[in-house]
Design a protein around this ligand. Structure first.
Ligand code: AMP
Length: 355
């Protein structure tokens, strides 16, 4: 398929804040978005051309959605496989199924990264509780036990400080997991990278991430990286995108250690740590994703300002009236209802001016 014209319809699976910001970016280029989301009143629904409220196992709704759109993308990685199988037979899904399948499963993801020569924390599969002792013997402690699937923002993770923690971890084990050696990192960074339909690759400047209670708190650009670490980070992202024949934007989270960069995980979508691009670049991650999946040329994502992105989580939203008065602060609010602890309500990009 060649490039989609302005006016074409982009189908987005998932109606959260990422879908909302994708739909806004798509609208700037004249595209219309159709959101598919099982939950009521999704944030993306407010800014979309059409909204389907249906479950992911509703085959009639999925067929009608596919018939109404020109290309399909997603804003979260846990889209059920059966829904994707059906949609894939009807319209192009970008990024492709292999990219999604790889990022959905921590074990597959780590095997894939290792096969590309990209360093990961030492890891071992723990399919059932009886395998944990062997995994601890192989990996050592401290270590982190992570569920293979459906983990995000630190959910589904358990720290084992010593082998004495094994019985409690076994008792809590509910699904396939991976035991990962603890990485002594100095800080965390991420690269947001895009690959176009023509195979061209563009990366945003890496950002430095600080988490609080397992959730991203701030991203700062530029990140503290040496020139060679910066190059390494970008080359890793490019290698992953090309190996997966990826089309769209991907987030790659990395640990910075004295021995070099260690990959933590891949997000096959636009990423919270790329929100700074909205006010630090001519073309942000959302527009870059839309350009990629519609076959447009990738845009200019070079950074023209220093930015600190702060997530507004839960009651942080109460600070909005004050932030709205700040010089150099750009607010992005998601139109969600009541704040709850841990709920991402919006973010603010603070731009250092005068660069
Ligand atoms: P994840 O859900 O895998 O992104 O992990 C959430 C956070 O837990 C990361 O951003 C790190 O701060 C921390 N973390 C995850 N894996 C490791 C590891 N192997 N070693 C040290 N810290 C980790």
């Amino acid at each position: 398929m060649s490039e989609l014209p302005s006016g074409a319809v982009i189908g987005i699976l998932g109606g959260g804040q990422l879908g909302r910001m994708l739909a806004v970016a798509a609208a700037r280029l004249g595209f219309r978005c159709h959101i598919y989301e099982p939950g009521a009143n999704p944030p993306a629904g407010d800014v979309a051309h059409a909204l389907t409220t249906a479950a992911y196992d509703d085959q009639d709704a999925l067929r009608a959605f596919a018939a109404a759109v020109d290309v399909i993308t997603y804003e979260f990685e846990n889209v059920p496989t059966a829904a994707l199988d059906l949609l894939d037979s009807l319209k192009p899904i970008r990024p492709n199924r292999r990219a999604l399948a790889t990022a959905q499963d921590r074990l597959l993801e780590k095997d894939f990264l290792t096969s590309l020569g990209i360093a990961c924390a030492p890891y071992a599969a723990v399919v059932n509780a009886s395998e944990l002792d062997g995994a601890i013997a192989a990996i050592g402690t401290p270590a982190i036990l992570k569920t293979t699937r459906l983990g995000y923002d630190g959910k589904g993770q358990m720290r084992l400080m010593s082998p004495a923690d094994a019985p409690a971890a076994k008792a809590a084990l509910r699904q396939d997991s991976v035991l990962e050696g603890f990485v002594e990192f100095s800080h965390e960074v991420s690269v947001i990278a895009a690959r176009g339909l023509d195979g061209s690759v563009a990366c945003f400047d890496p950002g430095e991430n600080v988490h609080r209670d397992g959730i991203l708190h701030t991203t700062t650009v530029p990140a503290r990286l040496t020139a060679s670490q910066r190059t390494d980070a970008v080359l890793m992202a490019a290698r992953i995108l090309t190996a997966l024949d990826y089309v769209g934007v991907m987030g790659l989270e990395l640990f910075v250690t004295p021995q070099g960069l260690i990959a933590n995980e891949i997000a096959p979508r636009v990423h919270n740590s790329g929100h700074w691009t909205q006010n630090g670049c001519m073309v942000d991650q959302f527009e870059q994703h839309i350009r990629a999946i519609t076959g447009w040329p990738l845009g200019d994502g070079s950074r023209y300002a220093d930015v600190v992105m702060e997530n507004l989580i839960g009651d942080d939203i109460l600070r909005v009236p004050k932030i709205a008065r700040e010089a150099g602060a750009a607010l992005h609010l998601y139109g969600k209802g009541a704040p709850r602890p841990g709920r991402k309500m919006g973010h603010v990009n603070r731009v250092k001016q005068g660069k």
